[in-house]
Design a protein around this ligand. Structure first.
Ligand code: FES
Ligand SMILES: [Fe+2]
Length: 421
């Protein structure tokens, strides 16, 4: 459990909050690159880390990410005209370029000189790996882009599904790193893995993983050890890449899942479910799995909402639950949503002062500790080291079997790291 104060510290991400400030030290994914058209195309609303922004490409294709509200009288620039290297507010015609500089102020005689003093908030943005990323922290602390493999591979090696969900980022992300729940929530009554779910059968046979957690330069290595026969242990190694991504362990021979969770505000989250191959384009067989409505859920066309949602009980099928699936809910994502969106009340933030944690929750405890420690240190003026280590992010998750005699207690980090680099 956490104290109420630490719970608040963990979940609040708006401007000037300790966790919000920490997150702003990293490149933040804000939208799919495909949501923006070409030069001078329509601006797009973006809400991220509790801030309302508007994204656009200027006439030269440069990305702009501005405060949504015009500095004149706060009209929303989303309604604006994207014309000749700037976004023009339709209320009184003030125009801003991608740096936030006012380049035209046409509704008063003092405009030509006054415009030089007017600037709106703008954040550096770049396109990388199918997403638009923004840096929302102090400009002199802007780091290099982290070497996350999923965003470095060619575009045809990667598939991204974006979802917008009710729920605070922390409880959704805690689900991502939690290997323990896979043995139950994502299981079937026959003990076999969900087809396409990319989970070794051992996970459903041994439901009591032992955790080995290790602090790393990029975040955390979270290893779950299970029995896999007399002489063998099965290891699932999830990687937490501070602060937005979790690499999910899966047996070799298929695409890797990178789960990206970004706070929209304290009560809503953006979820990018990213599947990628390091060495080959996604093939027809792999794409078919990603389109089966199980591995990746169906999304309401024209939206980022899953068809399975709280209002329709995630389309739970109680007959299926009695005979086939542990939950009766079809997609793996909706199985996760059913439990993580309703931890103590749908749409509320989980009260971690009322939990009953056990040894099965060691990874959750490690994640919270890492974030809380970093946020508290930043409050005292100590910058987080991870943004200065972009190359450390080039790791993979692990899923493998080792002889039980392999020593791991002390050397777990180095030994496991060697297998995932
Ligand atoms: S509110 Fe934007 S120009 Fe007046
Ligand atoms: Fe899950």
């Amino acid at each position: 459990m956490l104290t109420k104060a630490d719970n608040e510290l963990l979940v609040r991400i708006g401007p000037k909050t300790p966790m919000g400030e920490l997150f702003r030290r990293f490149w933040t994914p804000v939208m799919l690159a495909s949501e923006l058209g070409g030069p001078d195309s329509a601006p797009v609303r973006v809400r991220i880390l509790g801030e309302d922004l508007v994204a656009f490409r200027d006439s030269h294709g440069k990305l702009g990410l501005l405060d949504a509200y015009c500095p004149h009288r706060r009209a929303n620039l989303f309604w604006g005209r994207n014309e000749q290297d700037g976004l023009r507010c339709v209320y009184h015609g003030w125009k801003f370029d991608v740096t936030g500089a006012c380049t035209d102020l046409p509704n008063c005689p003092e405009g030509p000189t006054l415009k030089n003093k007017v600037k709106t908030t703008s954040y550096p943005a770049m396109e990388r790996g199918g997403l638009i990323w923004a840096f929302m922290g102090p400009i002199d602390l802007m780091p290099e882009f982290p070497a996350i493999e999923a965003f470095a591979v060619p575009d045809d090696h990667r598939s991204i599904t974006k979802m917008i969900t009710v729920g605070n980022y922390a409880q959704l992300q805690e689900g991502d790193i939690d290997s323990s729940h896979v043995s139950f929530l994502h299981s079937r009554m026959d003990g076999k893995p969900i087809p396409g779910g990319r989970v070794d059968a051992t996970v459903f046979a041994d439901k009591q993983p032992r955790w080995f957690t290790a602090e790393t330069d990029y975040g955390l290595m979270l290893s779950a050890q299970r029995n896999a026969g007399e002489d063998t242990f099965h290891w699932r190694v999830n990687q937490y890449l501070m602060p937005y991504a979790v690499l999910i362990a899966a047996p070799p021979g298929g695409p890797v899942l990178t789960q990206v969770r970004v706070p929209i505000d304290d009560d809503h989250s953006m979820h990018f479910r990213v599947w990628s191959n390091a060495d080959h384009p996604l093939n027809a067989e792999e794409l078919a799995v990603l389109n089966d409505g199980v591995t990746v859920p169906e999304v309401v066309p024209g939206t980022f909402s899953t068809k399975e949602e709280f209002e329709n009980d995630y389309l739970i099928d109680r007959t299926d639950q009695a005979t086939s699936s542990f939950t009766g809910i079809k997609s793996i994502v909706a199985q996760d949503l059913a439990v993580t969106q309703d931890q103590g009340g749908y749409g509320t933030i989980a009260d971690r002062s009322r939990e009953y944690l056990t040894s099965s929750d060691k990874a959750i405890i490690a994640l919270r500790k890492r974030l809380l420690t970093s946020a508290k240190q930043l409050m005292q003026g100590h910058e987080p080291p991870e943004p200065r280590n972009p190359q450390a992010y080039s790791v993979r998750p692990g899923d493998f079997k080792l002889p039980r005699t392999t020593p791991v207690a002390e050397g777990a980090k180095d030994m496991l790291l060697a297998t995932v680099r």
